[in-house]
Design a protein around this ligand. Structure first.
Ligand SMILES: *Cc1c(COP(=O)(O)O)cnc(C)c1O
Length: 415
């Protein structure tokens, strides 16, 4: 009998090039906790993880209502239904940047929005500018469609403002947009009006649109809300990506949006059409969440957002003052979002090679897990989350202090 050739099914280049840097780095680490100590994870950017930041009851009600009337189980238009789009438009509309339902595209989470925003602007071989340190999803999305990411530096000494000169040097004729994440994951920084204006000037000079990742908009600890980047410029077109994941404390619900702020018809009909066409790839977001969105935006009380911010800010204060006194750790005070970045002075830790090694040994000895800066293209830093219960924060500080006292020496390892 003739023997058949062996099956040979291969994965595509697109699949091979779709890499999540955090997963790759974390999966490759040796993470074995100290069996004598309970694990405290300061690594997970999910506010639902510990139960200390519950949903507002009005949000749950909105979803119950939608399910009960049994009318929202079918397909909505892939760009989102008119009512939900109109609700988002009126929620985010401002004088400088008025929005109507036509300017809103509903997506599956903010990551769905980012996917569409990048895909509509870039061809294979084009490049986009992204912040370093920055959220790793951008590299995942870009890799999938063969887009190069070029990182512009954020400067820790200047509250993580962008290095504008270096940003500008990265731009060439294949650059298609500048990504700005504000407030920032992983830095927790919040840009003021002046700095946002400086960024829009670079964009204007090179006629580049901005993709504004504003998923943490409204999560600012002190005083005045910073403006949306679209409110700063009447010249630069902006695709503002957002969603309910972080601010409404429900990342699993997978609803997000693109607010399309065109300027002088810079996007022309083509980009607008392209955005619509790209939504047909997944036939729109979850119909239940979409139908609940108008009520969620209307009914969630201000106190809910205030309480969330209060919890996050309290944790930021506890972590900052705790870390400040630990030899080898330099925290940088966040002003928003849910994270803090800390420099780790491995130069003065003779037994520790780098941030990866620091994080692994911290887990092994103290059962505390932080994300290494390498996950954000930023070695010798670590990111901690602000969303965990206070007792755990306190305990984590104590353990990190013990750890650093054991490993830190001023003698540069030569003692
Ligand atoms: C969490 C996060 C997202 C993803 O939001 P989803 O709505 O869960 O897809 C996007 N951008 C940044 C900066 C984030 O931290």
């Amino acid at each position: 009998m003739e023997s058949k050739p062996k099956w040979n099914i291969r994965s595509s280049e697109a699949a091979k090039n779709t890499l999540n840097p955090i997963r790759m780095i974390v999966d490759g680490m040796k993470l074995e906790p100290n069996p004598k100590k309970q694990v405290i994870s300061l690594s997970i950017g999910d506010p639902t993880k510990f139960g200390n930041l519950p949903l507002d009851p009005s949000i749950a009600d909105a979803i119950h209502d939608v399910i009960d009337i049994y009318k929202n189980n079918g397909y909505a238009p892939s760009v989102g239904n008119e009512e939900a789009r109109a609700a988002v438009a009126s929620y985010y509309s401002t004088n400088v940047s008025p929005l109507t339902s036509k300017d809103v595209i509903l997506t599956s989470g903010c990551s769905g929005a980012i996917n569409i925003a990048i895909t509509v602007l870039c061809n294979p071989g084009d490049n986009i500018l992204i912040p370093r340190p920055g959220f790793s999803l951008y590299r995942t999305v870009a890799g999938n469609i063969d887009i190069e990411t070029r990182s512009y530096n954020l400067i820790p000494e200047r509250n993580w403002e962008a290095d504008l000169n270096q940003m500008e040097e990265l731009i060439d004729d294949r650059t298609k947009c500048i990504v700005v994440i504000n407030p920032s994951n992983p830095c927790g920084s919040v840009y003021d009006k002046k700095h946002l204006m400086q960024i829009t000037k670079v964009a204007a000079r090179h006629q580049l649109p901005i993709i504004a990742d504003e998923i943490y908009a409204g999560m600012v600890f002190n005083g005045e809300e910073p403006p949306y980047i679209a409110d700063i410029t009447t010249e630069v077109p902006v695709l503002s990506c957002g969603g309910t994941a972080k601010r409404f404390l429900a990342p699993g619900w997978r609803i997000g949006w693109i607010l399309v702020h065109d300027r002088h018809n810079a996007f022309q009909a083509e980009v607008h059409r392209g955005l619509f066409q790209l939504t047909t790839k997944i036939l729109g977001p979850c119909s239940i969440m979409e139908a609940a969105l108008p009520a969620i935006l209307k009914n969630t009380p201000k106190s809910f957002f205030e309480n969330t911010k209060k919890t996050l800010k309290e944790n930021a204060d506890i972590l900052y003052s705790g870390f400040e006194n630990i030899p080898g750790i330099t925290p940088i005070m966040p002003r928003g979002a849910m994270y803090m970045m800390c420099a780790v002075d491995v130069e003065h830790m003779p037994n520790i090679k780098d941030d990866m090694d620091f994080v692994q040994k911290l887990m092994e000895e103290e059962s505390v897990f932080c994300l290494p800066g390498k996950c954000f293209e930023y070695p010798n830093y670590m990111r901690v989350v602000l969303s965990i219960p206070k007792e755990k924060t306190q305990e984590a500080i104590t353990r990190i202090e013990e750890f650093c006292k054991r490993h830190y020496t001023l003698n540069n390892g030569t003692s």
